[in-house]
Design a binder for this molecule. Structure first.
Ligand SMILES: NC(=[NH2+])NCCC[C@H](N)C(=O)O
Length: 481
């Protein structure tokens, strides 16, 4: 059972305030069962090597989070945690030596907690079996399985880690996409892809039933399907109401961004805005339309925030006027014929909508007006804005960084040119393995760190097509203004 955290508040008012509590999911055995023929359907670019992904990559993320959010769980114990004799038990939610942190909260633990209640267990077994097309006999069998084991089965798709009874949900490591905390509200997603449907169901049950969220039940926002959608013939995607968390960014207490993308439809964004305004959750919502293609997927694959006046982004998304001197004739027409051209429109309750001509103009407005940065806004570009590194590194999540506190962000070690751009912008660069040692030996204190990009190993994780922004669902951050 997840212990009680008396200081917990659902409270996220920015992308950069010191992170206090987040939801994560460590790679489960389901990821090791992705087969080449299904990889694309399951939204993976390749099959992954599970042991490397865990021990060589993701575990560092958990350790780092512990030093920042819940140091007593790790300080002085690093050697023991790393000892091969302990078989990674610190990271396994079903093990007695699991960290069981109330700050770095594992979704699987919350799931096994709610499955302790017989009525919830019955309902959730029925719901999962319905969406997965499981036989009635197997459904009855599942109801009697103990909650810890059942949570594991729901996530991995396999009984006793061997017999596959339904597909895994390998994208649950990208907890960002399942729901987004907006001030003290929780907006649940409505996934565009079938591969992500079970994650949504499980997390919906967690938010509505886990004691951790008891005080917030009335603040859970769910996006309904529209009547137009039920009545429209055919199955085409465009008319669906979908919204995924990677497209929702809480940039300031009064201001939310929603991407209109491959995953979030304009109808999804529309329904979300209505809910947010009706419930007085925010005053402004800006819709950022990006090209609807796999490379971009969600807005957090093309930009994220680093400090109140610093952003990392993909430059080529910005349609600028070509400069007079170097423009060939074609440059004057390329953007105009591009129907995928980004568009940015800001909606304010009871006021006229406002447009922004570039992403930079919007981000600068957020930095200066919403976050009252006294300093000029700076942009760090993917691949240091050099072709073809800009596109290559954006593909491996150079723009998808997670801020642990203002100015201290983590990203993949493979994006060399972007790392160079961070250096040029005055950031320190440090590898996670070295940093963990320094924390353990007291050579460095997480609280005193400023302007740093922490490099995380990424050979396997990046094949799953998401970075640390996607791998985090912040629930509590300190406020920045
Ligand atoms: N917020 C994000 N960018 N999430 C990335 C999700 C990656 C995942 N494989 C998918 O395609 O759904």
């Amino acid at each position: 059972m997840t212990p009680h955290n008396p200081n917990f508040k659902l409270d996220v008012t920015s992308e950069i305030g010191t992170l206090r509590v987040l939801l994560v999911h460590s790679p489960d055995s389901g990821l090791g069962k992705v087969v080449p023929s299904k990889a694309q359907d399951w939204l993976f670019e390749d099959i992954v090597h599970l042991d490397t992904m865990r021990g060589g990559e993701y575990d560092h993320y958990i350790k780092l989070l512990m030093y920042f959010l819940d140091p007593t769980k790790i300080k002085g114990k690093l050697a023991e945690i790393n000892d091969p004799a302990n078989k990674r038990n610190f990271f396994k939610p079903d093990n007695a030596d699991f960290h069981n942190s109330t700050k770095v909260v594992e979704i699987q633990t919350l799931l096994s907690d709610i499955l302790q209640q017989a009525d919830i267990r019955k309902k959730l077994v029925a719901a999962v079996c319905a969406i997965e097309g499981v036989t009635y006999r197997l459904q009855l069998q599942l109801i009697d399985i103990n909650p810890v084991e059942l949570a594991k089965i729901f996530i991995s798709g396999s009984l006793n880690d061997e017999q596959m009874i339904f597909a895994p949900i390998p994208n649950m490591i990208f907890s960002r996409d399942i729901g987004i905390a907006i001030n003290n509200h929780m907006l649940l997603n409505k996934p565009a892809k079938k591969a992500r449907a079970r994650e949504t169901l499980l997390v919906r049950y967690i938010f509505f039933n886990h004691p951790l969220f008891e005080g917030y039940r009335d603040n859970i926002l769910e996006i309904p399907d529209t009547v137009q959608h039920f009545l429209r013939p055919g199955e085409e995607q465009e008319s669906k109401t979908t919204l995924e968390g990677g497209d929702v960014m809480m940039v300031a207490p009064n201001h939310l961004l929603i991407g209109w993308s491959e995953r979030t439809s304009v109808s999804g964004a529309n329904e979300a805005i209505k809910l947010l305004f009706e419930n007085d959750v925010v005053e402004k919502v800006t819709i950022v339309k990006i090209p609807h293609k796999r490379d971009y997927m969600h807005i957090d694959t093309v930009f994220t925030q680093v400090k109140r006046n610093v952003w990392v982004l993909l430059r080529s998304l910005t349609p600028g006027e070509p400069s007079q001197e170097d423009a060939e004739p074609i440059a004057w027409f390329a953007d105009k014929k591009n129907k995928d051209k980004p568009e940015i429109v800001q909606f304010r309750k009871g006021k006229k909508p406002k447009t922004f001509s570039t992403l930079e103009a919007l981000l600068d407005n957020i930095s200066q007006k919403d976050l009252q940065s006294g300093e000029p806004t700076r942009f760090i570009y993917s691949g240091n804005n050099e072709f073809p590194y800009d596109a290559r590194e954006q593909w491996t999540d150079s723009c998808n960084l997670l801020a642990l506190k203002e100015g201290v962000v983590l990203g993949y070690d493979r994006n060399d040119k972007t790392v160079e751009a961070f250096k040029q912008s005055g950031f320190s660069i440090v590898k996670v393995q070295e940093l963990l040692q320094k924390f353990e030996t007291d050579e460095l204190d997480p609280q005193s760190m400023t302007d740093t990009l922490i490099l995380m190993p990424s050979a396997e994780l990046s094949r799953a097509r998401g970075g640390f922004h996607c791998m985090s669902m912040p629930l509590q951050r300190d406020s920045v203004i």
